[in-house]
Design a protein around this ligand. Structure first.
Ligand SMILES: Nc1nc2c(ncn2[C@@H]2O[C@H](COP(=O)(O)OP(=O)(O)OP(=O)(O)O)[C@@H](O)[C@H]2O)c(=O)[nH]1
Ligand SMILES: [Mg+2]
Length: 799
């Protein structure tokens, strides 16, 4: 413990009250809350310790790197081993500290996403909210930085991206020479058209809707567009930024003839990034993402919408308490989030029920079937309803997740899948106490997630750095020059065998997908007509559907708008295949699957890694590798580092594999969509539907679903090849590096003894930091139990 004292022991524990002095704390807080606030935040102290550990490690790496390059700088040729070392050091030094954790707030319009973000960051009105109409118009990312100012960056579509949009908008508006279809005459323009007209008018002014693509290309936009395609806003105060930001984010009313510069460029806005000054409420490294709506007509923005969902490691499905039961939109959003777990980085889905303060007491009491205690107040009713909703929704969500992602124990084991929050009460506290609004709970959740990620990241980082220092130092040991040829050839043979074994187990693992695929294809063949029909029928009949359908065809089967429900024909008809494939797919890529069931991929790779490491140790012992224990431990470390990179590779490929079914169907149906998009004139809507139906029939008869199946299998094959190639490549490097005989691989290098010693110390203190965290959590729990906050709420809440 003594040697870590100098950098861990600087701050007395457990009370470190600077850390949690949340700067903009609130008025109207009782003494009890104040005292509670003063307790150290376990997460924050641990975070700081990990940060310190990391920055010290970086410094050691930098020093080592400098010494190394100085010692080889003037050499004609640098030995391979040293080159490897230099590159690895540099890569580690430049490795970004922490990829941000994206937390996506995903929900239908009016659910309270923006209000919730405002409450979490303790800025009452930073993001615009509205009770009347669709409010947030684009993806907004909120994070905190290290500077003192409030800043916002508004990212615009590039020239190319806008041209693509323009082409599609004009094609959608383009009228045929012949008289237009009767649906249109009778019912006027549909939503898709209205949106297109309005975008063009905002950007080019009235009359733009009548011009064709070429004319509009030559037309002068009304607004001024910065060449960088980014608009930066800065402010000293949150309120000031909020005012500047509002017109960019808030959905502009149609038919409103605004003359401000912001409105004119509004159709170009792609994404808004807001950076707050340093905040303890959302620490650096966390990004809250407000994801409104269900996609976008512009392909680039729509792609971004999907990608944004996929890069979130946490998704909160936000739902208004009054709509949380039933509601198609809610189910759709939930399904989309679960899909994100299959394709993207998401490891955590939670349901956040908002506006829990909204309760009409007489109505509630009349409907109430459970609970035997008398309800005396609005507050009691709200709390009781919260408990009920949690129980009920938790069960439902768990079941849903279990059927779709059966192997992802991590998600399933999460103790809390449902939160019941009230952003309004957070500010007013007329009904609920702050803790009961559950906003602090969400903050704690965020901090814990960040700490968890930081811990994992720093542990790997320090371990890797230590391994490298071991090797660098061992380059200077004379004993290394002994001939190790025989160990190496043994090892080489062993590795070859193990790689073959790995290939076989990957084959077996991927074979699990075949049956569900076949069954899914069979199901799809029987169900596709019904599923397609459901997409092509609107409750209002064809009225106003004609152009939306045209938009669907222009976009190869997908229509998304910022304001209307998403339509995806390709996804709809492949759904039966996904229904079969999902559980197995989730199992293959599960990160927490049971190693015995053979379904999950990662345990096979882990087993491979362990067998290599064991062999290394064994060879070392047998050959009295005592002088070279350094190198041996480095090689063991490095095997982990190399194979650790594989996980990222697999994760990236997973998305391609998952989407291969819909992309395959989409490309097969492309000609049919194109044909349908050309149709205008009388009964255009019916004729379009006909073309689509016949086109799909023809493709299905010609084996469209079977092709999709093959493409997915092919993608799996490619993943397997990628894995084995990567493994082979890295093992080869390792072996070259490990065998010191031959071409003067090693050379006298700079003395890095002191760096090595320091690194050894840092490596040892990893455990210390983890222990401290556990200890502090225990202390905090104890203090919490002793705190009067568990006592009955103060009387003002009982009225
Ligand atoms: N009673 C009550 N109203 C709330 C609460 N949270 C939000 N609201 C109201 O709900 C309305 C919609 O809130 P927003 O935050 O704009 O909803 P949103 O999900 O961001 O909506 P879009 O931006 O359109 O996607 C506003 O009038 C808010 O004041 C709450 O906790 N309680
Ligand atoms: Mg909003």
């Amino acid at each position: 413990m003594a040697e870590t004292e100098d950098f861990l022991g600087q701050e007395p524990h457990p009370v470190d009250d600077d850390l949690l002095k949340e700067p903009m704390k609130k008025r109207r807080r009782s003494d009890r809350d104040q005292r509670f606030r003063a307790f150290p935040s376990v997460e924050q102290s641990a975070l700081k310790e990990y940060e310190r550990l990391e920055s010290r490690t970086r410094r050691v790496l930098s020093n080592t790197y400098q010494k190394l390059i100085q010692s080889v700088f003037l050499d004609d040729s640098i030995p391979n081993g040293v080159k490897y070392l230099i590159n690895r050091l540099l890569a580690l030094i430049e490795k970004p500290s922490l990829d941000p954790i994206y937390i996506g707030l995903f929900g239908s319009t009016g659910a309270g996403k923006s209000s919730l973000i405002n409450a979490i960051i303790q800025q009452d009105m930073l993001l615009p909210v509205s009770g009347e109409s669709i409010c947030t118009s684009c993806i907004v990312q909120v994070s905190s930085g290290c500077c003192e100012q409030y800043e916002a960056k508004i990212h615009l579509l590039s020239d190319q991206e806008w041209k693509e949009e323009l082409k599609n908008l004009t094609r959608l508006l383009h009228r045929a020479e012949e008289p237009s279809g009767e649906e249109e005459d009778a019912w006027g323009r549909d939503d898709a058209v209205e949106e297109a007209v309005w975008k063009l008018q905002l950007f080019y002014g009235n009359g733009a809707e009548g011009k064709n693509y070429e004319e509009l290309l030559r037309a002068k936009p009304k607004g001024k567009i910065p060449a960088s395609r980014v608009i930066t806003l800065k402010a000293e105060e949150a309120g000031e930024l909020s005012v500047k930001l509002d017109p960019y984010i808030r959905t502009q009313r149609r038919g409103w003839d605004g003359e401000s510069a912001e409105t004119h460029i509004w159709p170009l806005i792609k994404l808004v990034e807001v950076t707050l000054p340093k905040s303890e409420l959302i620490p650096e490294g966390v990004v809250l993402v407000d994801i409104p709506g269900t996609g976008d007509f512009n392909s680039k923005r729509d792609e971004m919408w999907k990608k944004t969902i996929d890069k979130c490691s946490v998704i909160w499905v936000i739902s208004d308490i009054e709509r949380v039961s039933g509601g198609r939109a809610h189910e759709d959003l939930l399904n989309e989030s679960i899909k994100a777990c299959q394709r993207g980085f998401c490891r955590d889905v939670a349901l956040v029920v908002t506006k829990t303060d909204k309760l009409h007491l007489p109505e509630y009491l009349r409907e109430r079937k459970v609970g035997n205690q008398a309800i005396q107040s609005q507050r009691e009713a709200v709390l009781e309803r919260n408990t009920m909703i949690k129980l009920q929704r938790n069960k439902m969500l768990k079941e849903k997740l279990k059927s779709k992602l059966p192997a992802d124990l991590k998600i399933l084991e999460a103790s809390e899948l449902v939160y019941t929050v009230s952003a309004q009460e957070y500010w007013q506290q007329g009904l609920l106490a702050e803790e009961e609004t559950e906003i602090p709970k969400l903050r704690e959740y965020i901090r814990r997630r960040l700490l968890d990620k930081k811990r994992r990241m720093v542990t790997t980082y320090v371990t890797e750095a230590f391994g490298l220092l071991l090797l660098t130092d061992s380059f200077n040991c004379a004993e290394n020059l002994q001939n190790e040829y025989s160990h190496m050839s043994v090892l080489r043979r062993f590795v070859e065998e193990k790689i073959q074994l790995l290939e076989r187990s990957i084959d077996q693992c991927f074979a699990h997908i075949e049956r569900p695929l076949q069954e899914g294809v069979r199901d799809a063949r029987t169900a596709y007509r019904r599923l397609l029909g459901a997409c092509l029928v609107r409750s209002k009949g064809n009225q106003g559907f004609h152009q939306t359908l045209k938009a669907v065809c222009l976009k190869n089967g997908i229509y998304a708008s910022r304001t209307l429900a998403r339509i995806d024909l390709n996804e709809a008809i492949t759904q039966p295949i996904y229904d079969r494939v999902d559980p197995v797919f989730g199992g293959i890529f599960s990160r927490s699957g049971k190693p015995t069931d053979g379904l999950a991929l990662m345990p096979h790779i882990d087993a491979f890694k362990h067998s290599l490491q064991e062999k290394m140790t064994e060879i070392g012992i047998r050959n009295g590798w005592k002088y070279d224990s350094y190198k041996r431990s480095f090689l063991i470390q490095e095997i982990s580092a190399i194979l650790g990179g594989l996980e990222g590779h697999i994760l990236r490929k997973r998305r391609r594999i998952y989407e291969s079914l819909t992309t395959s169907v989409q490309s097969d149906l492309k000609p049919c969509y194109e044909e349908a998009a050309q149709i205008t004139g009388k009964k255009a809507c019916e004729r379009m539907k006909d073309v689509i139906r016949r086109g799909v029939d023809r493709q299905v008869a010609e084996g469209m679903f079977e092709r999709a199946q093959q493409r997915m299998q092919h993608q799996f094959q490619q993943l397997k090849n990628g894995i084995t190639e990567k493994v082979k490549g890295s093992i080869a490097t390792m072996l070259t590096l490990a065998s010191s005989q031959g071409d003067g691989l090693y050379k006298e290098l700079a003395d890095v003894k002191s760096e090595y010693k320091e690194m050894e110390k840092l490596h040892r203190s990893l455990r210390e930091v983890a222990e401290n965290a556990v200890l502090r959590r225990g202390m905090q729990d104890f203090l919490l139990r002793m705190s009067p906050s568990k006592a009955p709420p103060p009387s003002r809440f009982n009225s």
